[in-house]
Ligand binder design. Structure first.
Ligand code: UDX
Length: 447
């Protein structure tokens, strides 16, 4: 299939690279000349493990090209995929500026053309958006009618940053929402080689599946965080508890890792958007409200643990390790490092931050006064406490003795269960972590 992918963010770039890998001919369009240029040179336009290699291979084979002109990309294609951003507005509602612009560009490209074309929304949009916004915008700009001049579909992405290529190559399921049979057929032609479950639904149902999935996963994490806080209070290890819980096939082991809360470009914004939709439609979600409240408090739990160990944070040197919202990405959107950083500073701590990839992004978010260390060692040198916010492999690889050798007080507060408590304590580290209670406490506790 000849495909135009509009938007070279991590979703667009990974989708384009994998479609090209699977035998389709893909042109990636992004008005940002740096992104389009990177793809043409065979480089990744966004940080994502393996993406550079995948793009280089596809470009070399001639299966993938890039342009800054979406109209040109769509003219040569049978199917276009909208992979543009849907950032939240101040009130939490969706900013559909880029979706509308991309729809208009597809429409302009279709004007006066003969062949049938299918427009596919991959961007995360609220139920009703593809039928109510994308479709009319394409009709208006093209002068053609949906259902006869062109097809419309929704094909939500479930790509985790840091794992996006693997998720695109071997998805758990593919969901296609389609206006009509021809549209469904056009999208399924992309996925013939995949053996996973495939679901064909209406446009709105496909849009809703994406929101409900992310909201459920966010709720799972939020629940794990609550259980972890309780376990710590009563002297139990939440990791063991959740291991036992996750072995129930009805629950499953994934997304039960407690930590400093969820961040990223999807969970927080999708949960807010679904919450707002529920309020507007008089079907409010009490659960999601609680999930967001808990997620706002969870990073402060880490600060509470640091304060409990140090007494006061005033004047203390604290190494904040990990600024990206999760490992293997440089993305700092909604990172829990920001509320942790602010709370530490507000309590008078001298904070030195370190992240292998997200330092400059975090500085842009938190302000130019952020002190960034050039290395993990430099961040730890002379620190009174280290707070771990992202479970980077680089941190895990550090021998526990290094904390003792470098820090003024070898105190580690682990917001992501990065380290083995036994190994850390055996090396002389004073180790505290989310969900890790002291057994002495539970032994004494009476029901
Ligand atoms: C998510 C969805 O998983 C993906 O399907 C969707 O398309 C985009 O949004 P992503 O934001 O890349 O992907 O990250 P994900 O791995 O889902 O993690 C989201 C947040 O939850 C991170 O901050 C992570 O640290 C946190 N998390 C995740 C936990 O705290 N515990 C867990 O067990 C899992």
């Amino acid at each position: 299939v000849r495909v135009a992918v509009l938007g070279a963010g991590y979703v667009g770039a990974c989708t384009a690279a994998v479609l090209a890998e699977q035998g389709h001919r893909v042109v990636l369009a992004d008005p940002d000349a740096r992104r389009a240029g990177a793809v043409r040179r065979g480089e990744a336009p966004a940080y994502e493990p393996g993406l550079g290699d995948a793009i280089a291979a596809a470009v070399r084979r001639g299966a993938l090209g890039a342009t800054t002109d979406p109209v040109e990309a769509v003219r040569g294609a049978e199917l276009s995929m909208l992979c543009v951003g849907t950032p939240p507005k101040r009130d939490g509602s969706q900013d559909l500026r880029f979706v509308k612009a991309a729809s208009r560009q597809v429409g302009q490209a279709l004007r006066g053309q003969r062949g049938w074309h299918c427009v596919v929304t991959k961007s995360t949009v609220l139920p009703g958006t593809t039928g109510g916004v994308v479709l009319p915008a394409v009709e208006k700009a093209s002068g053609r009618r949906a259902g006869d001049g062109f097809g419309v579909a929704v094909n939500p992405e479930f790509l985790r940053e840091g794992n996006a290529l693997e998720d695109a190559r071997a998805p758990d399921r593919v969901v296609v929402g389609a206006l009509d049979e021809a549209s469904a057929k056009a999208v399924w032609a992309l996925y013939e080689g995949l053996a996973c479950p495939k679901l064909t639904v209406s446009l709105g149902t496909a849009e809703m599946i994406k929101y409900a999935s992310n909201a459920f996963l966010a709720t799972k994490v939020g629940f794990a965080n609550e259980v972890a806080n309780l376990c710590r209070a009563i002297g139990l290890d939440a990791e063991e508890v959740m291991q036992g819980v996750g072995l129930d096939a009805r629950i499953g082991p994934r997304f039960l890792r407690a930590g400093a809360g969820f961040g990223g470009s999807c969970f927080p914004k999708d949960v807010v958007a679904l919450l707002r939709l529920g309020e507007r439609e008089r079907a409010p979600s009490r659960i999601l409200k609680a999930v967001l409240g808990g997620n706002a408090r969870q990073p402060l739990e880490v600060v509470r643990l640091a304060r409990a160990a140090l007494g006061s944070l005033e004047g203390k040197r604290v190494a904040l390790l990990g600024l990206a919202f999760k490992p293997d990405t440089d993305d700092v959107r909604e990172t829990r490092a920001l509320p942790i950083y602010r709370a530490l500073r507000a309590a008078g701590a001298r904070v030195v931050c370190y992240d292998p990839h997200a330092g400059s992004g975090f500085r842009a978010l938190a302000g130019s006064s952020v002190r960034l260390a050039a290395s993990l060692g430099e961040a730890l040198d002379g620190a009174d406490c280290a707070v771990v916010q992202t479970e980077w492999a680089e941190f895990r690889a550090l021998p526990p003795a290094e904390f003792v050798a470098r820090m003024r007080r070898p105190l580690v507060v682990d917001g992501r269960r990065t380290f083995d408590p036994k190994a850390m304590r055996a090396a002389g580290v004073e180790y505290h972590a989310i969900g890790l209670g002291e057994p002495a406490r539970s032994a004494r506790a009476r029901p």
